[in-house]
Design a protein around this ligand. Structure first.
Ligand SMILES: [Zn+2]
Length: 491
């Protein structure tokens, strides 16, 4: 052990001579080691008291330089200490090469008028964290830029713990950040963050191209919570219980034929409308899907906002209708006893559902074969493509309007139930589809953002809570810039 310490002292002197830099003279050993470690660790406001090497890890014991005690939650400071911690607190820090580094410190406890008796806060770690701030930042950066396996393997930390780190970092980044002021064109959409109908609702800003707000749950109740946070003084926060029953039964509403209802609220209900909040009143347009829940909330809280339907939701419904027809045909083949044909047809799924431009040569051949065979599947495919054609770039609003009229006529004559239903849905939301085109809000950029969120949320599968999944979305898709420890100001 002693040899190590001396070697470090020498190495420092040698390095200094080689680099020719002016470094203040170090104190005599064993202080040299503490100073060297102090610099290596780069933890603010601490003295390094001792360094111990154990198999696979380095234990560095530190003491705080400051005399006053700080509450870790509110920053309250006092010179009086209640008592001393029985056991030292431990934080993991950035590795030194292959060595895992642990920082140990025996801290004092203080009495905060608001938070009671608790262990003092330290400048190098976030409240209740078992990792230093630098290590937290490295983990958050890795989790947002690389995949789950690489992050876990490199940091030697399990994914659930990484979820908690992400929550901490996101909470700090979002605190005090006003992301909702100046919002004029918004998007609102849900994304499943875990199997079993667990959703996050996210609000995006079309102009900044980022996610600005999110919560667990979906539908009208989730949108109501957004408006409550947008204008807290006007809109009362909805009760947490009230959102639960709305969570599940909206899934299949999209493609079902619904009776056409006038979007306007009856006069009696209109009188009960809450006043429109200042920030809600500045919303020009909100893009969404066709389930109806978000639209209801927007009509109530921001009646001036134009409701637009995102193109990719319409295309997704058409693809879903095609998939239904495909499955029906596959079942017909199976029950008709032609197992070989059924098997061959099953493999054609992606040839049908993917965009023709993205098909591989084999998939394109399969598609040609299906067309040659005729029947309802190629007809359904042609209708799906007709829906996609409405959203081709460069079309004028009038052209889109004409195309929708033609499409609706074709769908209603199709004699394929899923497509007849799709026709009803599109007819009902025609105005919203045209508005999106008029304002140019549902475009490739909006779709790219949607795909990015889906990809990130898939990485969040396996997190313990919706909050962790949401934090990851905020860190990746929000207006946040994460920095690595070495990119931060050197202290
Ligand atoms: Zn406090």
């Amino acid at each position: 052990m002693r040899g190590w310490l001396w070697w470090l002292g020498d190495a420092h002197g040698l390095g200094r001579r080689l680099a020719g830099v002016q470094v203040p003279e170090l104190e005599v050993s064993p202080m040299r080691v503490s100073t060297a470690f102090s610099r290596l660790l780069r933890l603010p406001d601490v003295w390094v008291r001792s360094v111990v090497f154990e198999p696979g890890r380095v234990l560095v014991t530190v003491a705080l330089r400051r005399e006053r005690l700080l509450c870790p939650r509110c920053g309250y400071s006092t010179p009086y200490r209640e008592n001393l911690q029985k056991d030292a607190s431990v934080w993991r820090h950035l590795d030194f090469g292959v060595w895992r580094v642990e920082v140990h410190a025996r801290l004092r406890r203080l009495r905060c008028p608001e938070h009671g008796v608790l262990v003092e806060g330290v400048p190098f770690a976030r409240d209740r964290a078992r990792f230093t701030r630098d290590f937290d930042d490295l983990i958050a950066w890795l989790a947002t830029t690389t995949d789950k396996t690489a992050t876990c393997r490199l940091t030697r930390i399990d994914w659930a713990t990484i979820g908690r780190v992400i929550e901490r970092v996101a909470a700090e980044q979002l605190a005090g950040e006003d992301r909702l002021t100046g919002l004029t064109d918004a998007s609102i959409d849900e994304v499943a963050w875990r199997k079993g109908h667990r959703y996050l609702t996210l609000v995006g800003d079309h102009h900044r191209g980022c996610v600005v707000w999110g919560c667990e749950g979906k539908g009208q109740a989730a949108a109501d919570r957004f408006f409550a946070e947008l204008d807290p003084e006007i809109v009362p926060a909805p009760k947490p219980d009230s959102r639960e029953p709305l969570e599940f039964h909206e899934e299949s509403v999209e493609v079902q034929a619904e009776p056409l209802e006038a979007p306007d609220i009856e006069p009696a209900a209109a009188q009960e409308r809450p006043p429109v909040g200042e920030r809600a009143g500045k919303l020009r347009a909100v893009t969404m899907d066709m389930t109806g829940g978000y639209a209801k909330s927007v009509r109530e809280h921001a009646p001036q906002a134009i409701i637009c339907i995102d193109n990719f939701h319409v295309v997704a419904l058409a693809t879903k209708a095609l998939d239904e027809v495909r499955r029906e045909h596959w079942n017909d083949l199976r029950h008709g006893g032609d197992q070989a044909a059924a098997k061959a047809f099953k493999n054609s799924r992606w040839s049908l559902l993917r965009n023709p431009a993205d098909l591989t040569d084999t998939q394109a051949d399969t598609l040609t074969r299906l067309h040659a065979a005729g029947g309802k599947v190629p007809r359904a495919w042609a209708m799906k493509e007709m829906v996609r054609a409405i959203f081709a770039p460069g079309l004028s609003v009038n052209a889109v309007d004409i195309l929708i009229t033609r499409l609706l006529a074709r769908l209603s004559r199709s004699r394929l139930k899923p497509f007849v239903r799709l026709g009803h849905t599109i007819r009902k939301h025609r105005e919203g589809i045209l508005s999106a085109r008029r304002l140019n809000l549902s475009n490739a950029r909006a779709e790219a953002m949607n795909n990015r969120v889906k990809l990130i949320v898939r990485r969040a599968y396996g997190f313990h809570s919706a909050q962790a999944a949401l934090a990851l979305v905020h860190l990746v898709c929000g207006p946040i810039k994460l920095t690595l420890p070495h990119e931060q100001t050197f202290v």
